[in-house]
Design a protein around this ligand. Structure first.
Ligand SMILES: [Zn+2]
Length: 241
């Protein structure tokens, strides 16, 4: 919950000590830190556009995940943690893209008149099935769940911000891991403090990243595939024992 500059932001969340709760806490703290850093620009310029709204939160989740992973030696525990991360990445990148496709189609068809609930459900099922491919069965019973995505009502087209942030953070994290950018942390904090006043392409320049090049997106996606490779390796290792 962002508040005016003289107060700090508040986080309100459930916490029962599970791994996922830790990652959610990291995510929301990312938003909180981002809000505090943006305040430097003054009340009129501290609002972050949709496109960068999830960057701090997803990056915070990523470094927390890495720190949890480094502490684990047991292959089974590593497998569980990486599997849940891959699951999250698929949800954040692919599922949100499917939401976006659903939303685009609905708005486009709405131009020609009101859509029946049956038609909305049809589009929903088609998009969910396409996003998951032929090997995952999307049950017919899930046809009516599209209204649980509250963003469709309160912030149309916001869903793409998650996909964008996930791929952007993956690329940014790769840069951080390569260690070629000097003073990465200072540059990163600087970037977060300016999201309300600079365009995303300008903000990514200090990291040598260009979101308009396919290489940028491939860098991000390669991180997801490297985790899937790691999962397969761990799985073989566990079954050999
Ligand atoms: Zn968020």
């Amino acid at each position: 919950m962002p508040l005016p500059a003289k107060f700090h932001p508040y986080l309100m969340l459930n916490f029962v000590g599970k791994q996922n709760d830790v990652l959610t806490l990291a995510h929301e703290l990312g938003h909180g830190c981002h809000m505090r850093l943006s305040i430097k620009q003054g009340e009129l310029n501290d609002d972050t556009p949709m496109i960068l709204a999830e960057v701090a939160s997803v990056f915070a989740e990523m470094i927390t995940f890495q720190s949890l992973l480094q502490r684990l030696d047991d292959p089974k525990a590593r497998l569980c943690l990486i599997a849940s991360k891959v699951n999250d990445m698929i949800n954040t990148a692919l599922r949100q893209i499917a939401f976006h496709c659903f939303e685009t189609r609905v708005h486009q068809e709405r131009r020609d008149g009101e859509l029946s609930s049956a038609r909305l459900e049809e589009i929903w099922l088609e998009e969910m099935r396409t996003s998951l491919g032929p090997h995952v069965i999307v049950d017919d019973d899930s046809r009516a769940i599209w209204p649980i995505v509250s963003h469709f009502f309160h912030s149309p087209f916001y869903v793409y911000a998650y996909s964008f942030a996930d791929c952007l953070v993956n690329s940014l994290y790769q840069v951080y891991r390569e260690g070629k950018v000097r003073n990465f942390a200072d540059k990163y904090l600087d970037m977060l403090s300016q999201t309300g006043v600079k365009r995303y392409d300008e903000l990514l320049k200090p990291f040598g990243l260009d979101a308009k090049s396919p290489e940028f997106w491939n860098k991000g996606l390669s991180l997801i595939s490297s985790y899937i490779d790691e999962l397969e390796k761990l799985d073989k290792e566990i079954h050999r024992k």
